[in-house]
Every structure is written in C-alpha cells, then in structure tokens.
Design a protein around this ligand. Structure first.
Ligand code: PLP
Length: 268
C-alpha cells in the first residue's frame, strides 16, 4: 500500500529530497509512526519515538539512526517545507522515510455531536507494534467508505472489541472508563494521555475486554488518536451514546489544555 508525501520535501535516510523524486515502495511489514505537527512543533515527539523503537524491536528490526538523528531530520523536514500544521509519517522498512501526509481532522460538528462507528471482525498481528498491515487497512477503508462511518472498531473471534482501525476506544459508565487491555491494542499516545488525565480527575480506568452485547450498559463512548484527539461516538451499530457526557467533555477539555501546555513548553 503506497502512502505518498505531500509538500515540497521529504526525508530519505539522512538526506532531504524533493517530493517529485519520491519512489513509492512496498511497505507491508514496515514499521511507522504518525505524529501531529502544531505550530511547527511535533506533538509528543518523545512518546512517538519511544513507540517507534519499540515497534522495531517487536518486529525484529534494527533502526540504523538514533533518536537524536530522527529528531534533527524531522526538524529539517518541517523547516524546509515551512509547514505549521499537519501529520508526519515516519516509516522504516529498509530505508528511513519521513514525510508529511494528507490529513483529515474531525469537524466542529463531529466534536459536538459525536460520530458513527461500525464493527469489523479483524485482528492486528502483534497489537503493540505499529506495522503496515494492508489487509486490515483495506477492509477497514472499504467499510468506512461504503457506510460513511468515521471509524470501525475491530473485534476478535469472541466478539471482544479491541480498538479502532486507527484509534483506541473507551466506554463510559456511571463514573468509570473501560478500555481494552494494553496487551490487546496499539498503545496509543492519546490513549496513554487520556488514562493519565482520567487519573488526575479521579475517574477510575478499568482495562477490560468488552463484548459488543455489553455496549448497552454504557452511557458514552469515545475514540482517541493523533488525528481525532478525543472524539465522542454517537452510534456503534445499533447502540446509541451520549456525546455530551460530562466525563467525555471534561477529558476533551483537559486534552486540549495538555496540548497547549506542551506547545508552550517546547516553544519556551
Ligand atoms: N490503534 C491503532 C490500530 C492505530 O493505528 C492508532 C493510530 O494510528 C491508534 C490506536 C491511536 O494511536 P495514537 O493515539 O498514538 O495516534
């Protein structure tokens, strides 16, 4: 599955090259990260690079560039392209390629009213590793396109919900959050921040696998991810959820505050 660069320049190993010279290659099995650039600053960079090296280890790959080098390449990419906002892909199979990709962020209405999600029976191999896995991606993309869903939630053979095709998912009941155990999902950076924010608000977070039929017990649900941030869900299959749930709204606000604080620290 070819992912293509946008803007004028991309990074190829330790060089910066013109995008018109980009040669799309097979990336199946390669590892990657997608991070968000805001005000020219890569958000939560350290967390992303830590997960990148962890994905390499889980995939028995050895990245021949250090964290500091990748940081420098990324800085050069952002400066050369003169881009303030967007998503950057860092990928490694045989070569290191870093480039801006097309992004799509939720609209104000989506944050206000919540989004529709579908259910897809599919499991990611090595859930903790962020690896290009074309078959799941293609099936998810087909379902999103055909049904107009914002996201599809993946379920295993026992109908347990693990995560979204490119997000993590949380369910809200009374005064607690439920999300699938860390061993079963990609350890999303937004998931990790959400759990910390919930703890600060004294909201218990239970890591437990839920069956689709158990969704009726929950008032609210939301997905987390680099592009959606914290995004309320209004419907999953036949189950409806309250996008205005107080816990969801508090977490959304806290997450925005966290981003502002991070940017302030980095630009300071
Ligand atoms: N789960 C999967 C399968 C993903 O692909 C992603 C992101 O692309 C996430 C979860 C969310 O991770 P993050 O919050 O780091 O974007």
């Amino acid at each position: 599955m070819a992912v293509l660069p946008i803007h004028k320049y991309f990074v190829f190993n330790n060089e910066i090259r013109q995008t018109e010279n980009f040669i799309p290659g097979e990336n199946e099995g390669g590892i990657y990260e997608v991070l968000r650039v805001v005000n020219g600053i890569p958000l939560f960079l350290k967390d992303h690079l830590e997960r990148f090296y962890n994905s390499a280890q889980l995939s028995e790959k050895s990245i021949r560039f250090s964290e500091n080098q990748i940081h420098t390449f990324l800085k050069n990419l952002i400066e050369n392209n003169e881009v303030e906002i967007g998503n950057v892909l860092i990928s490694y199979k045989i070569n290191l390629k870093i480039f801006f990709i097309q992004h799509s962020y939720p609209t104000t209405e989506m944050y206000r009213d919540g989004v529709f999600c579908g259910i897809l029976k599919a499991e990611r191999e090595k859930p903790n590793a962020k690896v290009f896995q074309t078959s799941v991606r293609q099936r998810a993309d087909k379902m999103l396109k055909e049904n107009g869903f914002y996201e599809v939630l993946l379920t295993d053979q026992f109908d347990h919900i693990s995560e979204g095709s490119r997000s993590n998912v949380f369910f809200v009941s009374d005064k607690e959050l439920v999300t699938s155990p860390g061993s079963k999902v990609l350890l999303g950076i937004t998931r990790q921040k959400t759990i910390l924010l919930a703890r600060e608000l004294n909201i218990p977070v239970i890591e437990h696998e839920l069956k689709i039929s158990e969704l009726k017990h929950f008032d609210a649900a939301f997905i987390t991810g680099t592009s959606p941030k914290i995004l309320p869900i209004s419907k999953i299959d036949g189950f409806s959820f309250n996008p205005k749930n107080d816990i969801v709204r508090q977490l959304m606000k806290r997450y925005e505050d966290l981003i502002v604080a991070y940017l302030k620290l980095q630009s300071g």
